[in-house]
Write a protein that binds this ligand. Structure first.
Ligand code: ATP
Length: 308
């Protein structure tokens, strides 16, 4: 897939976010291609989600193909370094921290795009390496910054979340994602063809189609890679509102960039050098005056109007 055929430029408002969006996309693209290397164990069983509790215990991980880091020096330090993180059923936890700290990697280990080098990750007590990948990935919904739509109808693009869904179910999911009204306003409604990579839709509309997919999939666990790019205000609000609805009653991990998201999360975990450095509510962490307080001051103070 070419990175440059999408109207990504229209989604971003600075060189920095543009590069970041591309980096994020490239990573996930890579991840999707890497995934087939991971095999089910012979005696793998389907994951049974009872509550949606997630537990990272002393997780270490280094990318398999990394011999040198970006600046050409040998990379020996693990990307994830004895990480401990337990997430309660239904909780929304926001991961924040410096670029390269390990937030995306933490998230990609949960659906087992890569296997941990040591330690373990469990969902309701079941090690993700012991369950079938099919059942694991069915339990986890992913909403990323860069949405992948294929050149089919809106109906088919939403139904991708759960093949075989009825028109009624598709419409219900679209309503929950705040995209039904828009779709209904189109002359061809759900039969509208979205164009190559969804080129006929705006960034916010594409995101809401992706969110509708996840509503239809109805996973117990959700990973949100929050868009760093600026959507117009109306889109932004519609996207935020549907994401909040989506996160309700699901265990949710958000790679958070917005102050509003961070403040609304049940808890925040700062991820730096592959570890969770601090964890607590926004107020607790500010009061502590540690890493988060520093990060918060750097990222958000004086920048409230355009929330990074
Ligand atoms: P950002 O906020 O910039 O998205 P992050 O906190 O999500 O950063 P990660 O993307 O998890 O951090 O990156 C952690 C480290 O792993 C970085 O040094 C990064 O360069 C490296 N890394 C990330 N993805 C890969 C990959 N697919 N292959 C090799 N190294 C990678």
């Amino acid at each position: 897939i070419s990175l440059f055929t999408s109207p990504i430029e229209t989604l971003v408002n600075s060189t920095e976010t543009f590069q970041k969006a591309i980096a994020g996309f490239r990573r996930m693209d890579e991840v999707m291609r890497t995934a087939p290397d991971i095999q089910d164990k012979k005696d793998a069983r389907p994951l049974v989600v009872t509550e949606g509790a997630i537990e990272y215990s002393s997780v270490c991980f280094t990318y398999p193909d990394t011999e040198t880091s970006d600046d050409g020096t040998a990379l020996e330090r693990p990307v994830i370094d004895h990480m401990n993180l337990s997430i309660r059923p239904g909780e929304t936890i926001a991961l924040v921290g410096p670029s390269g700290g390990g937030k995306s990697t933490t998230c990609s280990l949960l659906p087992r795009f890569y296997d941990v080098a040591s330690g373990s990750i469990t969902i309701d007590g079941q090690d993700v390496r012991d369950v079938t990948q099919d059942s694991l990935r069915r339990a986890i919904g992913l909403v990323q910054q860069d949405v992948y739509l294929f050149d089919g109808t809106l109906r088919d693009n939403i139904a991708y979340g759960r093949p075989g869904a009825t028109d009624e179910e598709i419409e219900h999911a679209a309503r929950q994602a705040n995209i039904h009204e828009f779709i209904s306003s189109l002359p061809e409604g759900y039969d509208t063809v979205v164009g190559e990579r969804g080129s006929r839709l705006s960034g916010g509309q594409k995101q809401r189609v992706a969110i509708a997919r996840v509503f239809l999939k109805n996973p117990a666990i959700l990973i949100l890679d929050e868009a760093t790019s600026a959507l117009d205000n109306e889109s932004e609000e519609a996207v935020q509102e549907s994401l909040e609805r989506l996160a309700q009653d699901r265990t949710t991990i958000i790679i958070a960039h917005r102050l509003s998201t961070i403040k609304n999360a049940d808890e925040i975990a700062t991820v730096e050098r592959g570890k969770v450095m601090e964890r607590g509510t926004h107020e607790e962490l500010l009061a502590r005056g540690g890493t988060y307080a520093r990060y918060y001051r750097m990222q958000f103070e004086g920048a409230r109007s355009h929330e990074l």
